[in-house]
Design a protein. Structure first.
Length: 164
């Protein structure tokens, strides 16, 4: 499979995910209460729209490329094996599922640093204690300050532990 064909498949899948995400946000998250205020729908809606627009751009540019580009890529790609590293993909999926589970059970303020530490140690192989603590605590406190305090958006409280 050529890079062009892979880009078309990925672009189509991301477009469908972005469109589905946007539809679910509109269908399930209520809008803000005042005129011009950022409500609970703003960030998820922006994410879905950005994903949909970028994937549409990818699709349009890759479909618009001519057959000569596809032939040139096909001759270049014959040496490169086309396989997905399933271990890494499953690891990322597991980390996302773990974050969702921990977010519900122990809340944002505890789940976020735990998962950031796990991702940095396991996936990124970072061993510097300064980087590990700085990223996990900095990301958690930064997001908490921006979303909870500055924007007034409530972050998840846990059912097992209720911190924050």
């Amino acid at each position: 499979m050529t890079n062009r064909a892979q880009d078309i498949i990925v672009g189509t899948v991301l477009f469908l995910v972005g469109a589905g995400w946007t539809w679910l946000v509109i269908d399930s998250i209520p809008p803000g209460f005042g005129d011009g205020e950022v409500g609970p729908r703003a960030f998820p809606m922006a994410f879905g729209l950005i994903l949909t627009v970028f994937s549409a751009i990818l699709l349009m540019t890759r479909i618009a490329t001519g057959a000569e580009t596809a032939l040139a890529e096909a001759s270049e790609d014959q040496d490169i094996p086309n396989r997905l590293d399933w271990g890494s993909a499953l690891l990322v999926l597991g980390q996302i599922v773990l974050y969702g589970f921990l977010l519900e059970k122990i809340g944002f303020l505890l789940a976020t640093p735990v998962v950031v530490l796990l991702v940095m140690i396991v996936s990124l192989r970072v061993r510097s204690l300064r980087k590990l603590l700085g990223m996990s605590l900095g990301l958690t406190v930064g997001c908490w300050l921006i979303f909870e305090k500055l924007l007034g958006i409530y972050l998840a409280n846990g059912t097992w532990l209720n911190v924050g």
